[in-house]
Each structure stands twice: as C-alpha cells, then as structure tokens.
Design a protein around this ligand. Structure first.
Ligand code: ADP
Length: 436
C-alpha cells in the first residue's frame, strides 16, 4: 500500500470515527457514521469539480490541494508542461523543415492521398505557377494538365523522373520526380534542368556532326586501302602487314562511325518510330542466316518462334537491335556453343530471348552493359570488331518501342538477353489468345 493511499484510508477512518462519535453522543451512532462517510464523499466530489474546472482552462495554475488530490493536480500539471514543451519542439522542427524547403531552389509539393495539393514551397510557385492559398486543396492534375505529366502521375512508376517543358515557359525544361510516402501521399520534386538539357542536346549534336563529317574521309581512305590491298602482292612483306592492319582499323572506324550515327539518330529523334506491322519470325530467320555466316556455321543457332506473333515496329531499328544481341552471342561465345532465339507471348506482352551457353558475364558488370563504350574485356571486344555501342543501341531501340531489355547471366553457365515488349505493340492481326 502506498503512503498516499494509506493517508487517504486514515482520513476516511478519522471521518468515520468523528461522525460515529458525534452520532453516539447525540444518540444516533449510525446516522453519525453515515454523515461522516457523506462528508468524505462530498469532499472527493468537490475536488473532482475543481479538477474538471481547471482542465477546461489548462492555462491557469492548478488548484491548491493536499494529499492524493494535490498529487493528481501536480501530476497532470507536469504532464501538460511536458507535452507543451514537446509540441513546441515539434513545431520548431516543422518550422525549420518548412523554412529550409522554402529556401530550396527546387520546387517541393506535397500531395495528399486524394491527389490534392497540401503544401508547396516558393520555388514550386515560380516553377509551376501555383498560387497560394487559392490552389490549396485542388487536385494537382487540374493545375498541371499536360498529358505526359498526367500519365506519369497516374502510372505510379516513379523510378525514373519525367523531363518536360515548363507549363509557364515552353523553352524551359523541368524534371519532375514523384516519391510516395505515408498512406498513398506523394512528394513532387521539380527541378529546372534547362541548362543540362541544352548541354545534352549540344553533346548529341556534336557527336552526330563529327560522325557525319568523318564518314566521307573514312570512305575515301577505306576505298584506297582496299584498292592498294588488291595489289599488295607487289609490295614488300613489311608493307603488306601494315596495309592489312590499316584496312582492319579503317573498317573498325567505319563501324564506329555508323554505330555513333545510329545511336545519335535514336537519341535525338523525338518522333515515334514509323510503326509498321512486322513479321518477327521472318526477321529472326534472316538474322539467324546472317549470324550463321558470321560464325562460319560454327555455332548451332536454334529458333523457337511463335510464327503468328507479330509486333508494330520499325523494321530497321528492330533488325539492328536483335542483330546486335544475336551477333554478340556469336562473338562472345566459343565455337560449338549453342545459341537459342525464343520469340513468345504471355499475359505481359511479347518477348525475345537470346540465350547462349558461353562464359557468362560478371554480375558487377551487368548494370553497366548498356552504357556507351562499356566493354568488359576491351581487348576481346576490339578483336571481335565490337564498338561498345551495341547494347546502348538495343536499349534505345526498345525504349522507342515502349519495351525494355533484361539481362541475366551466370559466369561459366551463359547469358540471356530478353527484349520485353508491352501488349500494346503486339500486332493484333497476328497475335492470338489475348483477343487483342
Ligand atoms: P561491343 O560492341 O563491344 O560488343 P556491346 O554494347 O554490344 O559492345 O556489348 C557490351 C559488352 O557486353 C561487350 O563488350 C561484352 O563484353 C559484353 N557482352 C555482350 N553480349 C555478351 C554475351 N552474349 N556474352 C558475354 N558477354 C557479352
């Protein structure tokens, strides 16, 4: 029993004894006892009344009291002060977060779980033209109506940011990045990337121009080298070797320039590729023939194709992408290694698998494969005529067909490069089973 409780029991006993004694003296001991209890209860109710009165005006000092009630008032008073100081701390933290967000050059917009605007900083007002407070509570997509942005917002796939012209000034480019948090709430970050975009365009133009300018001199050089090679028998052996090397390198340079031009045109062309109904089975058969010629018939190349499955796409671009994968399988695996091309459809879309049983790829290299000029073994790649641009071309072609590339590989077991296409690019007249 705690001290306080003991004191309260003592106080009750004193009330009972006093009441009983006075009642006994007056000749009514029972009524005296009852009165004593009643006074004790009334005292409790009075303190309760004071407590309720104070709780309604918590800013006032707590009422003075002794015993259990004094402890109750003090306890509540300290708890309230502790809560107040916590609230103050939290408010200060929130104010600081809001102040620092206000100071950011990037726009920050908070959107609630119904898609309505909840808060934004000054930069967001400047970048997006949001007005405070009149836009508060409005759906974001009513204020930013660009179809590309609405698609991005509704897709809920926010791994990659969206780059789009500013709604206020067509000439400025903005990067939109959405992050989900809490319960289906969103945080939108907006950055002005006009400078970066201009630099990127300059880089692309520069590469395209240089490649284009190099094309003619290289054609002339290769042509002469070829003519000289035809008469190489009349030259000393030392010169013959030099000539052969020059021929090989000029062919490599031409290949490099061609690949750079292809990549530039894929990157810079903002237009959708010219889509035509494509017979993928026929395309793969033709690539199989080219690959057999490249491997001099030394690789068994198996075809497992769904002949009825077609896609809408650009034949030129898809031929280049698929050939790159199949030729890589020939070039990076030893003679006799089996290569399988599998073209099939499932509920997700259409897929082309190029599978080999070669040396495989180190897992650390997998994320870098589609970077320009990335080669795992530079010596090997050069000797096989690789430019390091093949998989970058594949990635861009697939992106332009709303698809993507997936690479799985196990060292010493083999690699599998899969081109995934969405259902939307499947050619309905050839597709089956999906009612498309
Ligand atoms: P390259 O023109 O050098 O072949 P790619 O972009 O086509 O460039 O390929 C990048 C690198 O990926 C290659 O240098 C090679 O090391 C590796 N690679 C590509 N395909 C395969 C494969 N089927 N097996 C093993 N390694 C491969």
């Amino acid at each position: 029993m705690t001290n306080l409780f003991r004191k309260e029991v003592h106080s009750l006993i004193i009330y009972l004894i006093s009441g009983g004694l006075m009642g006994w003296l007056a000749g009514f001991p029972n009524i005296g006892l009852l009165l004593g209890t009643l006074i004790f209860v009334v005292k409790y109710l009075w303190q309760l009344q004071r407590l309720l009165g104070w709780l309604k005006q918590p800013e006032k000092e707590p009422p003075e009291a002794k015993g259990v009630w004094g402890e109750v008032f003090d306890g509540i008073y300290h708890y309230q002060r502790h809560q107040k100081s916590n609230q103050l701390n939290l408010k200060q933290i929130l104010d600081r977060i809001q102040d620092s967000s206000q100071a950011l050059r990037d726009g920050v917009v908070m959107i609630d779980n119904k898609g309505n605007l909840e808060w934004w900083n000054t930069a967001a007002e400047k970048l997006l033209g949001l007005r405070s407070p009149s836009d508060l509570g409005y759906p974001l997509t009513h204020l930013l109506r660009e179809p590309d942005f609405v698609d991005y917002y509704e897709s809920q796939h926010y791994l990659e940011p969206l780059i789009h012209a500013s709604p206020l000034n067509e000439e400025r480019s903005l990067e939109f990045q959405i992050t989900m948090f809490g319960e289906n709430e969103r945080l939108l970050l907006v950055r002005d990337v006009t400078k970066m975009q201009r630099l990127e365009v300059m880089r692309q133009d520069f590469v395209a121009n240089v490649s284009h300018e190099l094309r003619t001199p290289l054609t002339v050089l290769s042509g002469y080298l070829e003519t000289f090679s035809d008469h190489a028998d009349n030259l000393p052996a030392k010169w013959q070797r030099g000539l052969t090397l020059m021929r090989q390198q000029s062919v490599r340079m031409q290949q490099l320039v061609e690949d750079l031009l292809t990549l530039s045109s894929l990157e810079t062309s903002h237009f959708e590729p010219e889509l035509e109904p494509l017979d993928v089975a026929e395309l793969l058969e033709s690539i199989q023939r080219d690959a057999l010629a490249l491997s001099s018939g030394q690789h068994p190349i198996l075809l497992e194709v769904d002949k009825d499955l077609g896609v809408y796409g650009s034949e030129k671009e898809l031929r280049s992408a698929f050939s790159n994968l199949v030729f890589n399988a020939v070039r990076y695996t030893s003679a006799g290694t089996e290569i399988t091309l599998r073209w099939y459809q499932n509920a997700e879309g259409a897929h082309l698998e190029v599978k080999d049983k070669g040396q495989g790829i180190d897992p650390a290299a997998l994320p870098h494969l589609t970077e320009r000029f990335y080669r795992i073994d530079k010596g090997r790649s050069s000797s096989t005529g690789g430019t390091g641009l093949g998989l970058a071309i594949v990635k861009h072609v697939l992106l332009r067909h709303q698809g993507h590339l997936e690479v799985t590989s196990k060292p010493n077991v083999g690699s599998c490069f899969t081109c995934h296409f969405p259902l939307s690019v499947i050619n309905c007249s050839k597709a089956h089973g999906l009612g498309g």
